[in-house]
Design a protein around this ligand. Structure first.
Ligand SMILES: Nc1ncnc2c1ncn2[C@@H]1O[C@H](COP(=O)(O)OP(=O)(O)O)[C@@H](O)[C@H]1O
Ligand SMILES: [Mg+2]
Length: 239
């Protein structure tokens, strides 16, 4: 299996050489766990190798993400200018009745519209990677689980059709009551977890599944600094 280096210190080692190429990896975590930073670091690493990336930005303002990225010395405007990064900035605004609509978009078939736009953008820059941050915003309005699964399937299929490697973020962690179907549909699942033990915060990354490769199954501590996201892949988590 061909691999894709994520550029995240310690994490590529956990995966014995990176994520499987042309597969879909889901990164799940709560608010502030580092999903956006992780996904942008993945993109910047691919761009350093000259591999174009599509970035579908939801929920947070893309402008803020660009500004925050400078903290890590990631120049997103330059990547866009160099045609190495294609951005689909979809600002979802919550409406009443738990319904979510894309900002300034009134087309009837919201979900199919997004899939087509992702594909067109991927074609225009000859993308090798597609990152969606977060997937949750696209599917949250769909209450019928069958439709939700269909919608997630459509998005994942389009990434596979384009033969791209996908990194998709997802909000929240599995709980006993919820059925997280994106985790079943993805080829790989990574969890970012936070736990308080003895009044100390312990942040860990754990690879839950990764079809087709062998990997380190143990949770490992991770750290975010102005050099980005890194994983202590050798040290055991001592709490
Ligand atoms: N320059 C920085 N130095 C250290 N930690 C930072 C820096 N910028 C952000 N962080 C950490 O990253 C977190 C936000 O990461 P982010 O990727 O936006 O999370 P998510 O997308 O999962 O909500 C912050 O809560 C903070 O702990
Ligand atoms: Mg985020």
């Amino acid at each position: 299996m061909e691999r894709v280096l994520t550029g995240i210190t310690g994490f590529d080692e956990m995966l014995t050489g990176g994520l499987p190429e042309s597969r879909i990896s889901l990164l799940c975590g709560g608010p502030g766990s580092g999903k956006t930073i992780f996904s942008l670091q993945y993109i910047m690493s691919a761009i350093d190798r000259g591999e174009p990336c599509v970035y579908v930005s939801l929920e947070e303002s893309f402008k803020d993400k660009v500004e925050n990225a400078y903290e890590f010395s990631w120049d997103i405007p330059k990547a866009i200018e160099d045609n190495l990064m294609g951005v689909l900035d979809i600002c979802m605004i919550p409406q009443s009745k738990g319904y979510v609509e894309p900002f300034e978009r009134t087309r009837g078939k919201l979900e199919l519209g997004i899939v087509k736009e992702i594909e067109d953008l991927a074609d225009s820059i000859k993308a090798k990677h597609i990152v969606i941050d977060p997937l949750t915003s696209i599917v949250i309005h769909e209450v019928r689980s069958g439709r939700k699964r269909y919608l997630i399937g459509q998005i994942f299929d389009s990434i596979r059709r384009k033969k791209c490697s996908g990194v998709i973020t997802s909000e929240g962690l599995p709980s006993r009551n919820d059925f997280y179907m994106e985790q079943f549909l993805a080829d790989g699942v990574i969890f970012l977890e936070k736990r308080i033990t003895d009044f100390k915060l312990v942040k860990t990354l754990r690879v839950d599944k990764m079809r087709g490769i062998s990997f380190d199954e143990q949770p490992r501590r991770y750290l975010i600094t102005n050099r980005g996201f890194s994983v202590f892949n050798k040290e055991p988590v001592i709490t």
